[in-house]
Design a protein around this ligand. Structure first.
Ligand SMILES: Nc1ncnc2c1ncn2[C@@H]1O[C@H](COP(=O)(O)OP(=O)(O)OP(=O)(O)O)[C@@H](O)[C@H]1O
Ligand SMILES: [Mg+2]
Length: 416
């Protein structure tokens, strides 16, 4: 018969130990926040010893058919860093038998490899398995003087071991999740880079054949105009219009992929000055238009790449300018939403507006909600805006009602 072997299912003794219980509760909380094995180890090795007031504690991990003494907290060295076969040490016994073991006199118990204990202070011990159903480790307590551990001590240690098991499983899940997120991010980055390279080379390579079509159709127009009939001439003119349009599309695509490849130079800069410059340039292009700009005064600052943010403002203010062509009086506003962090900048107008149902679509390349005959454009502006904003880690979105103007919002840093 095994001397004094005690099962872990013993109830807590009537006389509880409030400081020990407090310590256990604190450990449960700390373990619930530990997301790595190292963090768990740190909590366990201190708590295990303090819970019972033992002279030493070890934290053992199962590694195949071996016990790895991962960590310890004791009055003198025990076996930290050592490995023993599961069948040749008491932590292995607790794991293989899925039960706690209490040994008041290690020299009187045949399960103890006394040679390993002779150099240590240990006279008595308790060992509890971590995860009773399928042990992944064990926690040991050791005493320098003969000690008969009570059921409450064993129960406390087993509770710590059970919580440790959950914490280890959580840590493994976190590690797996983290790894998966990292893998997916890498895959996504690779796919994006591939797409970018593809868009760049396609648009780049399309230029040469386009130039040939353009050049030869122009030559045909010039050299053979006299020999061609009316219908053939208008076909030729249609070819030239198509080529011109395709050239514009290719240019836009190239510009878009260049933005994604561009290096970012973040700095603090006066974004309201930038908006004023863009507004002035718009006025200069169409001086006959009456447009009231309400730009937030007072040197509004932003943090980002000023050259890229200029492109954002050129597109958003340019759209506001374009889509207020029929508004009278036309009003365009730029500013920062008060009291919101990170900063949310807006561009709003009282122009044509759009159906909010399609607000999400606007940011895809070549998506337009208005007829080119009414409001010209290729539909690349907002796609460019979104790329730049995302490059900054920010977000862009729009609100509108048909006929009631539109508001575009953007941030230049990730949301909290
Ligand atoms: N301020 C706005 N008011 C109403 N509709 C807008 C406004 N800004 C954008 N839109 C809608 O979103 C579409 C896409 O805008 P985007 O800037 O990408 O293209 P575009 O202005 O038509 O052409 P591009 O910018 O390439 O010259 C526009 O065609 C229009 O339908
Ligand atoms: Mg535009």
């Amino acid at each position: 018969m095994r001397p004094n072997a005690t099962s872990a299912t013993a109830p807590l003794a009537g006389e509880t130990h409030p400081p020990a219980l407090h310590r256990l509760v604190a450990a449960v909380q700390a373990l619930s926040m530990a997301h790595s094995l190292a963090g768990i180890q740190e909590v366990v090795r201190h708590t295990a010893r303090e819970l019972t007031g033992a002279d030493g504690a070890t934290f053992v991990l199962r590694d195949g058919d071996q016990c790895f003494y991962a960590d310890e907290d004791a009055i003198a060295p025990l076996w930290k860093g050592c490995r023993f076969p599961l069948t040749a040490c008491i932590s292995g016994w607790a794991m293989l038998h899925r039960q706690a073991v209490m040994i008041p006199d290690i020299y009187a118990d045949p399960r103890i490899p006394v040679d390993a204990y002779r150099p240590t202070f240990v006279k008595s011990l308790v060992m509890v398995p971590v995860r009773l159903a399928d042990p992944i480790g064990a926690i040991g307590n050791y005493w320098a003087a003969p000690h008969v551990a009570g059921a409450d001590e064993i129960e406390l240690l087993q509770s710590l071991a059970n919580t440790t098991a959950v914490a280890i499983e959580n840590a493994q899940l976190y590690a797996q999740l983290d790894q998966r997120v990292r893998e997916r991010t890498l895959q996504l980055e690779a796919a994006n880079a591939e797409l970018e390279a593809f868009a760049y080379s396609v648009s780049h390579d399309l230029r040469a054949p386009l130039r040939a079509i353009d050049g030869f159709s122009q030559a045909l127009q010039e050299d053979a105009a006299g020999r061609l009939e009316g219908e053939c001439l208008s076909h030729l003119a249609a070819i030239r219009r198509g080529v011109k349009r395709m050239n514009a599309l290719v240019d836009d695509l190239l510009r878009l992929s260049r933005i994604s490849r561009a290096e970012m130079h973040r700095q603090v800069f006066p974004i309201s000055d930038l908006a004023a410059e863009v507004a002035a340039a718009l006025r200069q292009q169409e001086p006959e238009r009456q447009v009231a700009f309400q730009l937030e005064p007072g040197g509004l600052q932003a943090e980002g790449d000023p050259a890229l943010v200029r492109i954002v403002l050129e597109n958003l203010l340019g759209n506001a300018w374009k889509f207020t062509a029929r508004a009278s009086p036309a009003e365009i506003g730029f500013g920062r939403q008060p009291g919101v962090e990170p900063a949310v900048y807006f561009v709003r107008d009282n122009g044509a507006g759009f159906d909010p149902k399609y607000a999400g679509r606007l940011f895809a390349p070549f998506q337009r909600l208005h007829a080119a005959s009414q409001f010209p454009g290729t539909g690349i502006g907002l796609a460019t805006v979104q790329r730049i904003v995302r490059k900054h880690g920010g977000r862009v979105w729009a609100e509108s009602q048909p006929g009631c103007g539109a508001s575009f919002y953007f941030t230049l840093s990730p949301s909290a």
